[in-house]
Design a protein around this ligand. Structure first.
Ligand code: ADP
Length: 445
């Protein structure tokens, strides 16, 4: 482990540490950030009232809208001369969310990413192909700092430029790559198309995150790149990547949240009431030691559950893979659906490829959902096609059967009737470097 003493800290000691840090945090934010002073005062709470981790539940949530309302620096607790870096999230809906770091915050950022990389299989002396975007996005520089802290050699290629990525993969011989899962799919596919034997690469580990993904994509990436692929989770508001990491020796068992810095809760999406271990809800995080922009009970909007894995050597709580973001949930004829639920079903049907798109539209008063999925080339050839179009689908019994099989499985798994359209190979958009948008909502705009 990168920091064995902390990563295996006995639970009672971890709680003591969290409690001590929480008490310091509430006084700190009350004193330094007018927004929190007002929020506490409004609730009639003084910092001294918070004496335990349970008391934290008395404090209000902080939401993305609060960050927007205080754009750009209104929630910072330090003066500009103490800042060492600013990042911002994409801000697809209006102004970006701005976050700041002191020197100590950057140390913390590097520490959690070093822990995460180590847990993912990386070791000092290895090379990391960092294909996360550099710039205002936290991914690139976050993993960069962690890799240097761990003692790796970073290749700061950033996202995109697939030809160059493939060249570096082959010639620079990195053992580890990090990028979004959808971009790892692109790299795996491009290697295959160019006839490169991935077994000849030195690559062993892929650290994937920044968007939801399921075992369907893990299978493709692990086979295509001949790696062990694990999940890294994070968000700029809390620090960036490195909030949690799935250990390579416990793949499929969830990701450890680095709890000495980030205190997690899972709450009911509507009532905000804390939910018991194992129950799915919204992940809420309190940053226990951050200086520049500490956050109390930050509403991530990400849906998951948390649980204690007593079989793991690390004592920190684990979170399940993110089902999706609350605001990315589709409501189709009153039924809630996350794209990852469709993705998970694709793996269960033979001859389908992990490339899909969801098209939401409205027919009169009714919402309709169409799932477009690619069919494996080998299957198409065996059926006699190079490409399939709607007409061919109607003509061909085996294609209709396949379509019907997916439609039924989707209905069984999600309770929703969807239109299924099978697509020819390479017809669904790929990630060109960053997060991939898989939903096209025709109801808006
Ligand atoms: P933006 O809001 O611009 O996407 P961020 O880069 O901060 O900004 O994105 C953080 C969000 O990305 C998280 O709140 C979560 O929804 C998603 N995310 C990050 N890592 C993962 C992951 N491993 N699995 C699922 N979703 C993730």
């Amino acid at each position: 482990m990168f920091n064995e003493a902390v990563e295996t800290l006995a639970r009672p000691r971890l709680r003591e540490l969290q409690t001590a840090r929480l008490l310091r945090l509430v006084s700190y934010v009350y004193e330094k950030i007018p927004y929190y002073k007002e929020a506490f005062d409004r609730e009639g709470i003084q910092p001294e009232d918070i004496q335990s981790l349970e008391d934290l539940q008395r404090l209000p949530f902080t939401r993305k809208s609060d960050l927007r309302d205080h754009y750009p620096f209104g929630l910072f607790a330090v003066k500009t001369d103490e800042l060492r870096r600013i990042h911002a999230s994409s801000g697809t809906t209006g102004k970006p969310t701005v976050v700041g770091y002191t020197a100590n915050d950057l140390k913390l950022f590097a520490e959690v990413n070093a822990r995460s990389l180590y847990a993912a299989g990386a070791r000092p002396g290895m090379k990391l192909q960092n294909a996360y975007g550099y710039g205002l996005f936290t991914g690139g520089l976050g993993l960069h700092g962690g890799a240097e802290r761990l003692g790796m050699c970073v290749i700061p290629v950033s996202g995109g430029m697939t030809d160059r990525q493939l060249l570096i993969l082959q010639d620079f011989e990195p053992e580890v790559i990090c990028c979004t899962p959808s971009y790892a799919q692109t790299l795996a596919e491009e290697l295959q198309q160019r006839g490169v034997d991935s077994g000849q690469l030195k690559l062993k580990y892929a650290v994937l995150g920044a968007e939801p993904w399921t075992e369907t994509i893990r299978e493709q990436v692990e086979q295509g790149l001949q790696v062990s692929a694990t999940n890294i989770y994070g968000l700029s508001e809390i620090i960036g990547p490195g909030v949690s990491q799935e250990p390579v020796e416990e793949k499929g068992g969830g990701s450890h949240i680095w709890e000495d810095y980030f205190f997690p809760e899972v709450v009911h999406p509507e009532s905000g009431e804390p939910l018991p271990e194992g129950q799915e809800g919204v992940l809420v995080i309190t940053t226990l030691t951050k200086e520049a922009m500490p956050l109390i009970r930050y509403w991530t909007g990400d849906i998951c559950s948390i649980y204690y894995d007593t079989d793991s050597r690390r004592s920190h709580v684990k979170m399940s893979p993110i089902l999706g973001r609350a605001d990315g949930m589709l409501i189709i004829r009153g039924v809630n659906l996350f794209p990852t639920q469709v993705e998970a079903v694709i793996q269960e049907v033979e001859h389908l490829q992990p490339y899909y798109q969801l098209i939401v539209s409205r027919n009169g008063a009714l919402d309709e959902l169409e799932v477009r999925v690619e069919v494996a080339e080998a299957f198409l050839r065996s059926v006699g096609f190079q490409e399939i179009t709607e007409d061919h689908i109607l003509e061909n019994e085996r294609i209709i059967q396949l379509q019907e099989k997916l439609r039924r499985k989707l209905k069984d798994n999600t309770g929703l009737s969807m239109k299924v359209t099978l697509k020819g190979a390479h017809s669904i958009p790929r990630s060109e470097g960053g997060k991939l948008q898989r939903v096209i909502d025709l109801r808006t705009g």
